[in-house]
Design a binder for this molecule. Sequence first.
Ligand code: NAD
Ligand code: MG
Length: 386
Amino acid sequence: MTRRIAILGATGSIGTSALDLIERSPELFSISAVTAATKVADLADIARRSRSALAVIGDERLLPELRERLAGTGCRAEGGRSALVAAAAAEADLVIGAIVGCAGLEPVMAAVEAGRTVALANKEALVTAGALMTEAAKASGATILPVDSEHNAIFQCLACSRGGDVSRIILTASGGPFRTASSEMMASATPSQAIAHPTWSMGAKISVDSATLMNKGLELIEAHFLFGLPSQQIDILIHPRSVIHSLVEFVDGSVLAQLGSPDMRIPIAYALAWPKRMPTPAERLDLAAIGSLAFESPDDRRFPALRLARQALEAGGAAPIVLNAANEVAVDAFLAGAIPFPAIAATVADALDRSRDSTPLSIADVLEIDRATRSRVGAAMKASCA
Ligand code: NAD
Ligand code: MG
């Protein structure tokens, strides 16, 4: 029996890495569904190649083209938001959540509510609705397996925990392309400089988040919800080589770390084969060649996003949703050349300052806060560009 996998966001960086692993082990896996936002030709190719039973394109206007491209293959083609959510909840042994941004929240939540095992890369879903999602997983019996490399590392280290004995988790960060850059240089940084990540190859949004260190901020909030630890027990450590993917410190002073080459196929494989392991083609670590592993503390002054994320986590309620929505709008604007690099964190700070306290009680509440923040931030940006 093969394990049937649904991939939400199959055309992206994580989706493509997952498909690579699945194609290498056809005796272990089959594909039940693949989805994408707009890349209809890529999605049709993936569906054909993987013999997926279902392909869903988020943009419904592209459904006729998807149908045409899949004619005669036996793969069902569907389109639109509700088809995407239905695909996430459909029967599968593992659902990979690899959509980028809060756009992935409803599909991931549907999979969790249906009691699926979810391999979660889409950190923004946890950042915006972590409490609701972990509650829903408890109620439905769903399992959330972290794919984000740091959280996957912690998940692996926690296998050695005897319960209640963790004193601290330490998330490592490469520091991104501007780790050693001056504030002046960052003020004139271009999108292509910002997405040129020194150690990982990833989608554009997360690459910009890595340059501002907002990625680590989002991961701090993600870690809080996944592992149930308060902000004070989650530290950030800059480790430019990206060899140690994170660490767990126990009450007795022992520290366990997970190491590996910076290749997302390692954490993805861990989730695909869980609770077993499977081989991957990832390059093996040659520690003698690497020689030494350096560490440094993050610089809050040049990278205010980290402090903003911690502030949002500690404030709770709507704050992480506002942080995430403002960041998504600002990153899009930066990538479009509309705002300079430092304006990303400034936009987020301003949105947090203006946000009102509220406690989202449902996914509908979360989506409303997300929508209202986007519209407020978008309007403020237009006004300042006019
Ligand atoms: P990407 O931009 O390469 O791919 C995103 C995927 O989501 C694409 O398939 C796209 O079609 C789909 N998508 C985008 N918007 C959508 C929408 N509105 N509706 C439906 N589908 C939509 O992104 P990525 O780098 O693969 O990242 C995916 C997620 O995984 C992000 O949350 C990211 O933070 C997380 N993550 C990525 C990496 C990495 O190495 N790329 C590492 C850790 C975590
Ligand atoms: Mg990560």
